[in-house]
Design a protein around this ligand. Structure first.
Ligand SMILES: Cc1cc2nc3c(=O)[nH]c(=O)nc-3n(C[C@H](O)[C@H](O)[C@H](O)COP(=O)(O)OP(=O)(O)OC[C@H]3O[C@@H](n4cnc5c(N)ncnc54)[C@H](O)[C@@H]3O)c2cc1C
Length: 294
């Protein structure tokens, strides 16, 4: 099928783009990498009257280190994030998750901010943003605000962004030396959207893991930040049985959806297995690091 007819605008400045979004009721949409939007147009799943192509707006480019974290502009492609030494050093969870995002051709054009804006429940970037509580910057004509990722995702494809706002950048906090991270997912084929996945952040103390943030995605309408995980500590000598029990406690928080990728209860069982394995891996890496200390 072909896309429905729309008016195409390609502003050269951010002011011009924001002016095009004034009084928007959803009929005007931003076009970033186009990897999701063009597919929905061609399948006639959406029919915006106006597309605002932001690809010429140079202030939206670039990955940079700031005092408050690593800033990704709205035009930063998945490939740039994946190959950035700055991201690998300062936001390791993002670097761990990127290889799971689609395939090289999609990563060459698709943007991190576009993925946040779309809020697909099976996408990796929203889960990472929630795990690290990244700050998402929203701008409209004459106003700018920032929303934490934990407040941004509100439901199935629902976010805190208003129709007259654009995401202009996202800021990920830099990892502290005592932080540990884990990321994994289950999908039918590598590069497919996740059936269920996990993004984990914790603090290491020797080989123990404390202060856990466990995000489960793919199974819920939007990334689930497990309330139960926050109160859990994993001892350096935690056994497989202990980890199985911890995984069961955390996945009890889930309200998994049935969908074309499987039954909700199957996803809960899959999440528990992934969680046990990932926590074990994080525990072993923390112990190995501890053993390597002089
Ligand atoms: C074959 C295929 C496989 C894929 N697999 C995965 C996968 O495994 N994991 C995954 O996470 N993604 C996957 N994707 C999606 C891909 O990552 C997209 O690039 C991404 O979801 C959207 O980014 P984009 O820049 O292409 O946005 P676009 O397609 O341009 O836009 C998507 C939506 O977000 C809005 N939008 C975009 N940027 C902004 C902004 N700055 N401010 C406000 N609104 C904005 C648009 O208006 C539109 O509604 C896949 C895509 C394809 C085609």
């Amino acid at each position: 099928m072909k896309a429905p007819i729309f008016i195409y605008k390609r502003p050269a400045s951010l002011d011009e783009a924001l002016a095009l979004l004034v009084d928007n009721d959803g009929g005007t949409q931003v076009l970033a990498g186009g990897q999701s939007l063009l597919a929905t147009l061609n399948m006639r799943l959406s029919s915006p009257a106006i597309l605002v192509d932001i690809n010429r707006i140079t202030v939206l480019q670039g990955i940079e280190a700031r005092d408050d974290g690593i800033r990704l502009g709205a035009l930063v492609r998945h490939r740039e994030v994946l190959t950035s030494p700055l991201v690998a050093r300062d936001v390791p969870l993002l670097a761990m998750a990127l290889p799971y995002v689609a395939h090289m051709a999609v990563r060459n054009r698709g943007t991190t901010c576009g993925s946040l804006a779309l809020a697909d429940p099976s996408a990796e970037m929203p889960a990472v943003a929630v795990a690290l509580n990244a700050r998402i910057v929203l701008e409209k004509k004459g106003a700018r605000r920032s929303v934490t990722a934990r407040d941004f995702f509100q439901g199935l494809y629902q976010t805190a962004r208003d129709d007259d706002e654009m995401i202009t950048e996202v800021i990920f906090p830099k990892a502290d030396a005592d932080e540990a991270f884990g990321f994994t997912e289950l999908s039918r084929r590598h590069g497919d959207f996740a059936t269920v996945g996990l993004a984990i952040r914790a603090r290491k103390a020797g080989g123990a893991l404390n202060d856990l943030d466990v995000i489960i995605f793919g199974s819920e309408p939007c990334p689930l930040h497990s309330p139960a995980a926050a109160g859990i500590s994993i001892a350096s000598n935690a056994s497989d049985k202990d980890l199985t029990e911890i995984a069961a406690t955390i996945t009890a928080d889930m309200e998994p959806m049935d969908n074309h990728q499987g039954r909700g209860e199957t996803k809960r069982a899959q999440a528990a297995t992934l969680l046990r394995r990932t926590l074990k891996d994080m525990q072993q890496r923390a112990l190995a690091l501890e053993a390597a200390q002089p």
